[in-house]
Design a protein around this ligand. Structure first.
Ligand SMILES: NC(=O)c1ccc[n+]([C@@H]2O[C@H](COP(=O)([O-])OP(=O)(O)OC[C@H]3O[C@@H](n4cnc5c(N)ncnc54)[C@H](O)[C@@H]3O)[C@@H](O)[C@H]2O)c1
Length: 375
């Protein structure tokens, strides 16, 4: 008899490895079921992690037979709401769903509702909240180390929903979950561009204003620069943060950059290099999720409300482009504003012909139909 939390995973591709590794590293979980349309994807997980969960090509069968305590939803974005709502009906203790939370605010709200009605804790996997450099930056800002935050500058790519939902979540995390009160932005979409079957723009610019007065600036697919992290300017100093470290400049550092490379709860930066953010983020996220499930903490940093707010900030850029004004949050438009613009003919692609920048992830027969909804 084990008192570990029993996990079922839906969608066994790239990011599922991060969930599985995180669960195993934390020592608090066992993987009991895997579900994927492709048998090979599940077999790869068994081999990579020396595990022997039962395999299901039908995720609903996995949910019904295994009755997992925790369900990881790791399909493409369009499947997040479908599978979270399906899993919630089986009343697991928690669901950890990948980001972006959903393809529309309306669907994300349905996920929250389904989980609330079934007494299920819902988390969205913005795992960079669990990186020590991010947390140190948040704490330094809260302590006033750079004075009042004025601007946060960041660069994204591959469409706003995928890459930049991490960044909109990061802004709030850096500001101790301050509220974003308005967003203004614009997009260009001349080609019929998709990312994991989700319609995206060719490039975008966003401005995000927070209750504390700070402003975050996002350039996405506009310049060759793309990275997770930020340059944060305050009234009395600056922080230059990446996923692995941060540099602080203020009066106390003598006006010179001072580097901090904090290690994680599970891993050391120097030992893992580029893999640190994935392995530490996954393990620390899993550990705090277990604490939340077991009542050791009331506060899970990845709670769905934060995922919803990160998604709202992304969709508010689209909404601002659609209605040509500053968009106040929370957003009232529940449909995806980019879909509204394109489907209405307002933003018809000038170079027709859909293509998906992540089509290379598809396996088997689905390779022949890269625009098929995955989920
Ligand atoms: N948190 C992060 O930093 C991060 C990083 C990468 C990906 N992601 C997110 O994870 C999600 C998955 O991305 P990925 O790169 O792992 O994709 P992937 O293509 O590698 O994996 C998706 C898997 O889902 C399976 N699948 C599709 N439909 C299914 C269904 N109906 N039932 C069961 N399985 C099904 C596919 O066969 C595939 O194996 C995306 O939403 C992406 O945004 C998050």
């Amino acid at each position: 008899m084990t008192n570990k939390l029993r996990v079922g995973v839906i969608g066994c591709g790239t990011i599922a490895s991060n969930h599985i590794r995180g669960y195993l590293d934390s020592g608090r979980y066992e993987i009991v079921g895997l579900a994927d349309l492709e048998a090979a994807a599940m077999a790869e997980k068994d081999a990579a992690f020396s595990i022997a969960p039962r395999h299901y090509t039908d995720a609903r069968e996995m949910l019904a037979r295994e009755q997992p305590d925790v369900v990881s939803v790791c399909t493409w974005h369009l499947g997040h709401a479908t599978w979270t709502i399906a899993a919630a009906a089986h009343r697991p203790k928690a669901i950890l769903c990948e980001k972006p939370m959903a393809d529309s605010i309306g669907r994300a709200e349905q996920m929250m509702l389904a989980c609330k009605r079934n007494g299920v804790k819902l988390g969205i996997a913005h795992q960079r909240r669990f990186l020590p450099a991010y947390t140190l930056a948040r704490d330094l800002i809260a302590q006033g180390a750079i004075g009042k935050v004025q601007t946060i500058q960041s660069f994204g790519g591959d469409g706003l929903p995928n890459y930049s939902s991490h960044q909109t979540d990061m802004y709030r995390y850096l500001l101790s979950d301050d509220e974003c009160d308005w967003v203004m932005g614009n997009i260009e979409r001349k080609t019929d561009r998709y990312e994991r079957s989700t319609r995206i723009e060719d490039c975008a610019v966003g401005v995000f204003h927070f209750a504390c007065g700070a402003v975050a600036l996002l350039l996405s697919d506009v310049t060759p620069t793309v990275y997770q992290g930020a340059l944060i300017y305050g009234s009395d100093g600056m922080i230059n943060m990446t996923t692995n470290d941060l540099q602080l400049l203020n009066h106390e550092t003598g006006g010179r950059w001072q580097t901090h490379t904090p290690d994680g709860q599970f891993y050391k930066v120097a030992e893992l290099g580029d893999r640190f953010e994935w392995q530490e983020g996954g393990a620390a996220q899993a550990a705090e999720l277990a604490d939340w499930i077991e009542g050791r903490t009331e506060h899970f940093r990845g709670a769905a409300i934060n995922g919803l707010k990160a998604l709202q900030m992304v969709h508010a850029v689209y909404e601002s482009a659609r209605v040509h004004e500053k968009v106040s949050l929370p957003m009232e438009t529940r449909y995806n504003p980019l879909d509204l613009m394109v489907d209405s003919g307002h933003l018809a692609p000038q170079r027709p012909g859909p293509y998906d920048i992540r089509a290379f992830l598809l396996r088997g027969e689905r390779m022949a139909s890269d625009m098929e909804e995955t989920g």
